[in-house]
Design a protein around this ligand. Structure first.
Ligand code: IPD
Ligand code: CA
Ligand code: CA
Length: 265
């Protein structure tokens, strides 16, 4: 039977909200002794892991033949056609410090193509989603990227490098350029939320390097369905697995990308 992506997307939103409620409940009783260190400045806890287990089991029930690319490695099953790309808690550093900005991010790939994205920002109870050939939505309302025509009218989001400092000098040059020539820069601490905010027009653009597929897959798809553009730093399509992403509204995307390219040679 063909997969009905619209129905599946509604089910994924319901699952995201259910697991989001678990994360919220654990945040209320969380203590920093429960934090484990995965790598330099890279943290995890039972909350990320349990959230991922709940998502993998829920998504497997929704689409039994599907496989997974999941941050905490709960399942490494490969689906012949369909694979979910999951970040069970994007914004873990915010979560452990009690800063209220963290999300669940779920994307679905059919072969090599993204066909669904869902981001649930738990604290604001905001669910962003889209499926193949659909518009993009936030809690049932259609959303679209902003129409701001130039960088001078833009608010830009980014993520600061926190373990890969090889390109820090170029990064800082881009940062200074945007500091001088835009309304300002924001660092929310959740790449999925940054992308969701581009999709609904709160930010004109987002860029970061060294991100993983689970940080960006759902958000990139939702931005595209909301009328925005997404590329890597070369202006090409390798933004899911290529560890570089630029996403923005259509109107000032070229100016945005060119500014990044001027410094990242
Ligand atoms: C992180 C967040 C953050 C970004 C990092 C990611 P995590 O994901 O998206 O905004 O700057 O690069 O690793 O570890 O909280 O899932
Ligand atoms: Ca992440
Ligand atoms: Ca995560």
């Amino acid at each position: 039977m063909p997969v009905n992506l619209q129905t599946l997307c509604q089910e994924v939103c319901a699952l995201g909200k259910e697991v989001g409620a678990f994360i919220k409940q654990e945040r209320a009783v969380f203590s920093t002794e429960r934090v484990e260190i995965k790598g330099k400045h890279d943290f995890v806890s039972y909350v990320d892991k349990t959230s991922e287990q709940k998502l993998v089991s829920g998504l497997s029930a929704l689409l039994p033949e599907s496989g997974f690319i999941a941050e905490e490695g709960t399942s490494t099953k490969k689906g012949e056609q369909y694979n979910w790309i999951i970040d069970p808690l994007d914004g873990t550093t915010n979560f452990i410090h009690g800063v209220p900005c963290f999300s669940i991010s779920i994307a679905l790939m059919r072969k090599d193509e993204l066909v669904m994205g869902m981001i649930y920002e738990i604290n604001a109870d905001e669910c962003f989603y889209a499926w193949e050939n659909s518009k993009a939505y936030l809690n049932g309302q259609e959303i679209s990227v902003s129409k701001a025509p130039t960088l001078a009218d833009s608010l830009i989001a980014t993520g600061f490098p926190y373990y890969d400092y090889n390109r820090l000098d170029e990064y800082m040059e881009v940062f200074k350029d945007f500091m001088r020539n835009t309304h300002g820069l924001r660092r929310l601490g959740s790449a999925a939320t940054d992308l969701a905010y581009v999709a609904c027009g709160r930010f004109e653009g987002f860029y970061e390097y060294s991100l993983q597929p689970w940080d960006v897959a759902a958000g990139a798809f939702i931005v595209q369905q909301a009328g925005g553009k997404v590329t890597d730093f070369k202006g090409e399509n390798n933004f899911i697995f290529g560890k570089e992403i630029v996403a923005g509204n259509a109107a000032c995307f070229n100016e945005f990308l060119q500014t990044i390219q001027r410094h990242f040679k």
